[in-house]
Design a protein around this ligand. Structure first.
Ligand code: V47
Length: 345
């Protein structure tokens, strides 16, 4: 592509006035999606918080500041799934900590149970960090883990575990976890199997603007090759109950600039998700004018970010959510997990 934004110019975008930058990103957003804002009816399930890794930003892991360990049984998970299907959910998003005390079948067998009972329910599960953990812990190659995921009914992979790809920052915030190269290797292999995934970026902690741009550039590079990323999801760092000890939270101005810059730099990733869990619903609504065209979903329950202070423990009501999108001048469009449109609300 000829008029691609290079690293230096991307960093310079941050120096622009917020509203000027927003207009540029909005132009791109409108070109791609008009006034449509996508969301889905989904439920997050986090089946265990027992973790072998020690990420400094994490408040969810039970082995850190949270003494309340839990590991759900397949029956408990299925009960939740039965309930959400009865309430019209189209997607279940299953992400766990890295639990060394459970079997591989505990991780994978539940997907098979879900698929056998509800073939139409989309299973988005296992981050690249979990794939790497399962591969190390059970002596399997990435290929073997990914094939097992498909055999057991995983439809797509979430974008977690990306954090910040810069190796120095990564070493500081989550040493020992999946490396950046491994993260990309796993997603590349997944895309080569004809499958889709997302990609996140955890920002607003110790990283610099340059680190964020570097993160986006690495994503753009793989996307040029595979085209397998559906959405880019900047996750705003939540400050509570963890070991990073950031006393100055990121400003709304910098968050909105980051969405806008992402919309402009990631010219080959179709969707930019303002994940309301970490940005707040209010800022996610504003982000619609700064490049974001997706607000994730109703979620119902979420444990990872809410442990660190996000107000997401109980999700949002779909009527209220779509009403807010409409009142902010956009069209709420319910989508499935791979962005087929289901219903205009
Ligand atoms: O990878 C952990 C992040 C992620 C904190 O693919 C934190 O559709 C903020 O990946 N502050 C898991 N974030 C969530 C995730 C996700 C969420 C929504 C949609 C999708 C998708 C993926 O949560 C982890 C980590 O980066 N996280 N601690 C924290 N203190």
């Amino acid at each position: 592509m000829n008029n691609r934004i290079n690293f230096k110019d991307a960093v310079k975008l941050y120096e622009r006035d917020l509203f000027e930058l927003g207009e540029l990103a909005d132009e791109k957003r409108q070109e791609l999606h008009g006034k449509k804002t996508y969301f889905n009816i989904n439920r997050h399930i986090n089946p265990t918080n027992v973790c072998a890794d020690v990420c400094k930003f994490c408040a969810y892991s039970a082995t850190r500041k949270n003494p309340n360990q839990y590991t759900m049984s397949h029956e408990e998970i299925m009960k939740i799934v039965d309930n959400i299907v009865a309430h019209d959910a189209k997607e279940v998003h299953i992400v766990s900590a890295h639990n060394p005390n459970v079997t591989l079948d505990w991780y994978l067998g539940v997907f098979k149970k879900i698929k056998e009972k509800y073939p139409a329910l989309h299973v988005k599960a296992l981050t690249a960090a979990e794939v790497d953990f399962l591969s190390r812990h059970h002596g399997l190659t990435y290929d073997e883990v990914l094939d097992l995921m498909i055999e057991n009914g995983v439809d797509s992979m979430p974008g977690g575990g990306a954090e910040i790809f810069d190796e120095k920052v990564r070493d500081y915030i989550c040493k020992g976890k999946v490396t950046s190269d491994q993260w990309f290797k796993i997603h590349r292999k997944w895309h080569e199997r004809g499958k889709k995934s997302n990609v996140t970026m955890l920002f607003g902690h110790v990283e610099s603007r340059e680190n964020r741009i570097d993160h986006m550039m690495r994503i753009r590079e793989l996307q040029d090759i595979t085209g397998g990323f559906n959405a880019f999801i900047p996750l705003v760092y939540q400050t509570q109950n963890n070991y990073l000890n950031i006393d100055k939270p990121i400003t709304a101005n910098e968050i909105l600039k980051t969405y806008a810059v992402a919309r402009l730099v990631l010219d080959n990733v179709p969707n930019l998700k303002a994940y309301w869990v970490t940005s707040t619903v209010n800022l996610a609504l504003v982000a619609q004018e700064f490049g974001a065209n997706d607000l994730d979903g109703t979620i119902e329950k979420e444990s990872i970010n809410s442990a660190a202070g996000a107000a997401s423990a109980n999700g949002v009501d779909v009527k209220e959510f779509t009403g807010l999108i409409k009142n902010s001048g956009f069209t709420p469009v319910e989508r499935d997990s791979v962005y087929n449109e289901i219903k205009v609300w």
